[in-house]
Design a protein around this ligand. Structure first.
Ligand code: ADP
Ligand code: ADP
Length: 227
C-alpha cells in the first residue's frame, strides 16, 4: 500500500543543511501495525510528516496505492490528508468544551449521526464516559477518545506520534492494543512513531531509524497478546 523509495529530506537553515532522511526505503501493507523506532533526532517525525502529506520529501518517491504523493498539487495533497489519513497525537488535541462523544462526532463530520460516533466510542471501550468532558477524563481515556475520533474518519492510514508518550506503561499498552486491533480489524495501516524500544515486539513491522537512515526493518510473525 505504501512505498518509500530512496526518500531524502533535507532541511535548509540559512546556508546549513540538515539531512533528516537519507535514502530511506520501506513498504507498509494494509492491516499492518508498524512502529517507526529511533532516538530523538533520528528522523521519525520527518518520516511521519511525509507519510501524512504535511511535508514533502526533497527527493525520492512516496507511493500510496500507486499514487505518487510527492508530486501532488497542494489541493490534491489536502484531499489526501482529509480523505486518507488520520492523526493521533501525544497530547490528544481534544476540544475542551465538547464531550467525548461530541469530539468524535464533530471531527468525523458526523454531527447528526450520533449512532456512528457512539459506535466508535464503544470500540475504544469508553461508552460509560461518553458524556464526560476531556478535563474529566484520565490521560488514557483522552487518548482513547482521540483514537475514536481518528478512526471515525475511516482513514486508510492512521499516523500516531508518540501516542503513549504522556501515559504510564500499563495505560500505554492498552493504547497499543487498541491501535493494533484497529489495524487488524479494518483496512487501515497504523503507523506509530516512538523512541520506546519496548514497543518493538508488539508491532507487525518495526522500522528502526538512526541518523536519518534505516538501520533495520523487522517483521514479527507472532505477536505478544496484549489484552
Ligand atoms: P525525531 O522525530 O526522530 O526526533 P526529526 O524528524 O524531528 O527526528 O528530526 C530529524 C532531524 O531533522 C534532526 O536533526 C532535526 O533537528 C532536523 N529537523 C527536523 N525538523 C526540522 C526543521 N523544520 N528545520 C530544520 N531542521 C529540522
Ligand atoms: P489515571 O489513573 O488513568 O491517571 P485518574 O486517576 O486521573 O486516571 O482518574 C481515574 C478515573 O477517575 C478515570 O476513570 C477518570 O475518568 C475519572 N476522573 C478523573 N478526574 C475526574 C473528574 N474531574 N470528573 C470525573 N471523573 C474524573
Amino acid at each position: 500500500m505504501i512505498q518509500f523509495k530512496n526518500i531524502n529530506k533535507i532541511y535548509k537553515i540559512g546556508d546549513q543543511e540538515v539531512k533528516a532522511l537519507k535514502n530511506v526505503n520501506f513498504e507498509i501493507e494494509k492491516g499492518e501495525f508498524t512502529v517507526i523506532l529511533g532516538p530523538s533526532g533520528s528522523g521519525k517525525s520527518t518520516a511521519l510528516n511525509i507519510l501524512g502529506g504535511i511535508d514533502k520529501a526533497t527527493s525520492g518517491q512516496f507511493l500510496f496505492d500507486e499514487l505518487e504523493i510527492n508530486s501532488l498539487t497542494e489541493a490534491k495533497l489536502s484531499d489526501y490528508r482529509r480523505d486518507i489519513v488520520g492523526f493521533v497525537f501525544q497530547f490528544y488535541n481534544l476540544i475542551p468544551s465538547l464531550t467525548a462523544v461530541e469530539n468524535v462526532g464533530i471531527a468525523a463530520q458526523l454531527t447528526g449521526n450520533q449512532s456512528l460516533a457512539n459506535a466508535y466510542i464503544e470500540k475504544v471501550g469508553l461508552s460509560h464516559r461518553k458524556h464526560n468532558f476531556p478535563a474529566q477524563l484520565s490521560g488514557g481515556e483522552m487518548q482513547r477518545v482521540s483514537i475514536a475520533r481518528a478512526l471515525a474518519k475511516k482513514p486508510k492510514l492512521l499516523l500516531c506520534d508518540e501516542p503513549t508518550g504522556a501515559l504510564d506503561s500499563v495505560t500505554g499498552l492498552k493504547i497499543i492494543d487498541i491501535l493494533r486491533k484497529a489495524s487488524e480489524s479494518s483496512e487501515t495501516a497504523v503507523v506509530m512513531v516512538t523512541h520506546n524500544a519496548e514497543f518493538a515486539k508488539l508491532a507487525h513491522k518495526v522500522i528502526r531509524l538512526h541518523d536519518g537512515e534505516v538501520a533495520s526493518i523487522e517483521t514479527n510473525k507472532t505477536l505478544a497478546n496484549l489484552s
